[in-house]
Design a protein around this ligand. Structure first.
Ligand code: SIN
Ligand code: FE2
Length: 204
């Protein structure tokens, strides 16, 4: 890996213990009963292979009208469930001690799911980082640079890993080429859950 140490990208392998991973997974699965994973469609009308939901004040939504943050789940119309406390604590420790996250996107990847190279740019204030937590099967994560054609590096994100797109890396292109099915026993039935904490609304 030849990522510049000045990029602001941080990978904290195994930041969550097996017990913390299990407790977070249990909380996520309980909360997604009220806010189920859905395959949203791109503005171009294609269903995404990743199933998504959100926690917090705002959730990420995609449909024919475009990408945006909304205060309610697109299928149920209900407010998103509250964010798990452990995630708010991680954000305070690693991202910003004063301004809490207001959105937590939750992606579920089955054996066939992937996420194309993109930038996270639907948030109002891009000075706040994106903090990512991985649970379950290992992902082959790809990280590029600020421009679409920049060279990319591939790395594994395994269950319990936390990473931060902060500083310059906040605007780096990134995606998930695929997951490695069967690489973790954490999630019943297999698959991967990725949680990303963000500050979506203006902070003042
Ligand atoms: C994302 O870019 O929204 C998700 C990245 C991941 O699943 O690790
Ligand atoms: Fe992203």
């Amino acid at each position: 890996m030849s990522l510049s140490t000045t990029s602001g990208f941080r990978l904290l392998p195994g930041r969550l213990s097996r017990e913390q991973q299990q407790a977070l997974l249990d909380e996520v699965l309980a909360k997604t009963k009220d806010a189920p994973f859905v395959h949203q469609t791109t503005p171009g009308g294609k269903p995404m292979s990743v199933a998504m939901t959100s926690f917090g004040d705002l959730g990420w939504t995609s449909d024919a009208k475009g990408y945006r943050y909304e205060p309610a789940h697109p299928a149920t119309g209900r407010a998103w469930p509250a964010m798990p406390a452990i995630l708010i604590e991680l954000w305070a420790e690693l991202a910003d001690p004063e301004v809490p996250p207001d959105a937590c996107l939750i992606n579920f990847y089955n054996a066939d799911a992937k996420m194309g190279l993109h930038q996270d740019k639907d948030e109002a204030d891009l000075r706040f980082p994106v903090l990512s937590v991985s649970l379950g099967d290992t992902a082959l994560f790809r990280l590029g640079g600020p421009r679409r054609g920049d060279p990319t590096a591939s790395m594994k994100l395994t269950s319990g890993d936390v990473c931060l797109l902060a500083g310059a890396s906040r605007m780096f292109h990134h995606g998930v080429d695929r997951i490695l099915p069967g690489s973790s026993q954490l999630i019943p039935g297999g698959g991967r859950i990725n949680l990303t904490l963000r500050r979506a609304a203006p902070s003042s």
